[in-house]
Structure formats: C-alpha cells, structure tokens
Design a protein around this ligand. Structure first.
Ligand SMILES: NC(=O)c1ccc[n+]([C@@H]2O[C@H](COP(=O)([O-])OP(=O)(O)OC[C@H]3O[C@@H](n4cnc5c(N)ncnc54)[C@H](OP(=O)(O)O)[C@@H]3O)[C@@H](O)[C@H]2O)c1
Length: 287
C-alpha cells in the first residue's frame, strides 16, 4: 500500500511514523509536513495523491486561542485544505483518514457525545474543524473521520509537557477543575489508525468515529496524576475555575466522547488515560 501522511511533524504525525516503522514496515509511506506538502495548495495535494491508496491527514491549525485572531488561516488549513484532500481522494479513489475534535460540540451535555449528537462549536477552531468534516462529506470520498480530544504526547506542545515544566519551576499552580474530558495519548490514536489501515478495504470503517482514551477527568485531576507520576510533590496544586483564566475563547465544559461505535466495529480495547500516562511517563523523560 502507498500511504501519504500530512502534518507528520506534529504530535500525531510523529506517532504515525512510529506505527509505520514498528508495525507496518511492509507498506510504502510518504511522510510530509508543510515544507514538503502544504495542504492548502490544491494542485500540490492533487499531485501528491496520485498513486496513493490512503491519505492520513495529521495536519491542522491547532492553536485554539490564536484561531480567534488568525481566523482566515485556521479556515484555510482546517476547512479549505481538508476539502483539497477530500477532492483528491474522491478523484483517485484513495481512502482519507482525517482527525477531528471534541470542539465541534458545545460542551453543555452531561452524558458522552455520540457521533450523531448535534454539533455546536463555541469558537473558530471548532467551527473550522466542523467545516472540514462537512467538506469531506460533500466531496463523497471514502473517508474515516476520527474525532478525538485532549491529545498529548512526548512531542510538541501539550498539557502534559506544560505541567511537567511548570511543576519543576513553581511551588504552586492553579489548574481548572470545571472542564472535563478524556486525555488521549497520540500514540494510542496512531495505533488505531494503523489498525484501520490494515483492514481489508471491503471491511473498511467509514464515516465518523469517536476515539479518546477511556476514563473521564478534569484538567485538575489530570495535573494531579502527572504530579504524582513525576514525583513533583513539592509543587502545590490548587483547583480553580475557567472564569479565573482570561481567554479569547470559551472551551467546552464537558467534552466526553462516546466510543461505543469504534469499540464495537473495530473490536478494540481502549487503554485508560491513566495507564497510558503512567506507561509513557515512566518510560520517557519528555523532551
Ligand atoms: N491537540 C489536541 O489537543 C487535539 C484535540 C482534539 C483533536 N485534535 C486534532 O488532532 C489532529 C492532530 O493534532 P496534533 O496535536 O498532532 O497537531 P499538531 O501537533 O499541531 O500538528 C499539526 C501539524 O500540521 C502542520 N501543518 C500546519 N499547517 C499545515 C499545512 N498547511 N500543510 C501541512 N501541514 C501543516 C503543523 O505544522 P506547524 O507546527 O509548522 O504549524 C504541525 O506539524 C488535528 O486534526 C487536531 O485538530 C487535536
């Protein structure tokens, strides 16, 4: 199989490189990031899709706060460029695996969002990601959209790395307790993408699927688990409310995704966020 990966210098993209090397070396992989393939360039995307069996789109504009200012750029990367990929996939017959977000929801629910729950993005990031999903549906290509949440890894900028740094610099920290979700290790998500790619095309999962790690917590709980695992007991953690943090965008208070569909249809056992956190933090010193 020829597999094109976009945005492969990001958190998920780097984990896809690991999956390719460790689990699927028999395939021909082309890893690109913006320097090699800018997905906003429709002609370049169309050329890159030639002869490709599957496209894994790990590229995105992911800075939720800055998206409120860089609205046009966020729209070009999260919506228009996704249309480029979907149209190229429709033309060539390639499978498109795309990643979306819990931010397509409004966060006012108190039971997990299913794939069919009504969307209601609260900010530009969520709205542009939702438009990307809609562009895929309109293009009519073979596509799998994986909505995920609270992604972290040993690469890039994420909550785990930020907490680890702040806990080594400060005696006390305040962390929000009124937003709950499911932390998701990018490596676990990449493993699932590898599993989807390995399926027979006749059994291919298509449409929207929710995937996060198991378990639900607040950012405060997540920070407490990180503190415990890295032994940063000197740093005092205090819970606080989101309203105490000035932000350009309102974040969903509740962004738990229902994963029944992916569990049932792919027959997977999803790791709990705490066990993935423990596995990675006890193996690695985050860069
Ligand atoms: N991070 C989260 O908490 C989270 C939560 C839910 C869903 N998601 C979704 O999960 C997916 C993976 O997220 P991630 O955290 O791995 O993202 P990430 O670390 O920000 O990586 C995205 C990559 O895409 C690249 N990129 C940006 N514009 C591009 C373009 N025009 N053409 C090609 N590449 C481009 C970025 O390069 P630069 O760094 O140079 O811009 C970066 O290397 C995204 O679809 C995201 O929306 C993320």
């Amino acid at each position: 199989m020829n597999i094109l990966v976009t945005g492969s210098a990001g958190q998920l993209g780097l984990e896809m490189r690991r999956v390719a090397a460790e689990q699927m070396p028999q395939h021909h992989w082309r890893f690109t990031d913006v320097a090699e393939l800018d997905i906003t360039d429709a002609a370049a995307v169309r050329r890159a899709a030639d002869g490709v069996d599957a496209i894994v789109n790990c590229a995105a504009y992911t800075n939720v706060d800055q998206a409120e200012v860089d609205t046009e750029l966020a729209r070009r990367i999260n919506s228009d460029a996704v249309r480029n990929l979907a149209l190229a996939a429709a033309e060539t017959g390639a499978l498109l695996i795309h990643v979306s977000t819990d931010y397509v929801f409004g966060g006012t629910a108190n039971t997990p969002y299913t794939e069919d729950s009504p969307t209601c993005p609260l900010g530009v990031y969520g709205a542009t990601k939702l438009a990307g999903e809609q562009a895929i549906a309109a293009a009519g290509c073979r596509a799998l959209i994986l909505r995920t949440a609270w992604l972290w890894s040993v690469h890039g900028n994420n909550f785990v790395k930020t907490m680890q740094r702040l806990m080594s610099e400060r005696d006390s920290l305040r962390v929000v307790i009124d937003q709950v979700g499911s932390p998701t290790f990018a490596g676990d998500l990449a493993d699932v993408i590898g599993r989807v790619l390995a399926l027979d095309p006749a059994e291919q999962a298509l449409g929207i699927y929710h995937y996060t790690n198991e378990g639900v917590c607040s950012w405060y709980d997540f920070a407490m688990a990180i503190r415990e695992l890295i032994g940063a007991t000197r740093c005092d953690l205090q819970p606080c409310r989101s309203s105490e943090y000035p932000s350009r965008v309102t974040r969903p208070a509740y962004s738990v995704l229902d994963k029944s569909r992916i569990r049932r249809e792919l027959g997977i056992r999803i790791p709990h966020w705490r066990s993935s956190l423990q596995r990675i933090l006890t193996q690695n010193t985050l860069p």
